[in-house]
Ligand binder design. Sequence first.
Ligand code: KG4
Ligand code: ZN
Length: 339
Amino acid sequence: MEDINILAIESSCDETAASVVRNGRTVLSNIISSQIDIHTLYGGVVPEIASRKHMERIDRVVMEALKEANMTWDDITAIAVTYGPGLVGALLVGVSYAKSLAWALNKPLVGVHHIEGHISANYIENEMLKPPFMCLVVSGGHSHLVNVTDYGKYEILGRTRDDAAGEAFDKVARVIGLGYPGGPKIDKVSYDGNPKAIDFPRPKFDDNEYDFSFSGLKSAVLNYLNGLQMKGEDYVQADVAASFQQAVVDVLVGHSMQAIERYGVKKFAIAGGVASNTHLRSAMETACKERGVEFYKPSPIFCTDNAAMIGVAGYYEYIAGVRSGWDLNAVPNLKLGQK
Ligand code: KG4
Ligand code: ZN
């Protein structure tokens, strides 16, 4: 059978990325041009700057992906691109570029859901992993607990009611003076802190025990800091970071294990930028092991935004017959399972 080579493009936030993926599982190139340095100056992602940088870089990133894969355009079967959710202006750069490319080369175009990409990152290094499995997707914009019933088919068990997990990491990092991007900095500094120093809340809902809430936790950190300030006392940065992170990890592991037991799942995966958190990875690993559940986690480079995961998801959409038209548009609030 002839190889199916997908050229994938990702530009939903602050990473301009392109990749070539063979037969949905083999990553031949994975080029990521990060804008972190630029956005760090402003303490977070500035959407207009993100779009402009994507425009400046996308051409070079795509050409590099093709070159590193040692391919010509003739070898490419189809073009896949993230069309939502994400920042509308940022998404539009990738979508317009992919459409022009597919049109000019006369290749099929496949629009990919960004979260579906994150989940699919687990297929890259785990050849044997196939649905059904359960997945916790935790990124800067999303927190979802889902049953992956088949390729491209999801049943959402729980989601965040306010902030996403990564958003909470970024906000808390800012208030304790760690700056942007918050997740990796809290992860690192927590090794010097006591996770039991402060007892932050672990919220739960009666009507859906799998839903998350992180804004209350963020407020609890703020209240704690304000309380100390009023007393003229200083806070210990590493203790606040470690205690906050412990609360997030407890909630994510707790909800996931409850769902694993309830649904009797045998395979559990994590995905998204927060899934690169070292404390979360080891806590999940231990909890899964205790229950005899197989645990999957992408390497950190496939957890944060990249185009290889879009190439994998794009492959499964492609073989399922999904084709996007020239009217494909950026959908900033695209829901999981919505096509
Ligand atoms: O998946 P991603 O790259 O972009 C979105 O789709 O949102 O996730 C980015 C988020 C940011 O909030 C970042 O702080 C968080 O992932 N993150 C982490 C870590 N690395 C990235 N959070 C906790 N620990 C980390 N090591
Ligand atoms: Zn993402």
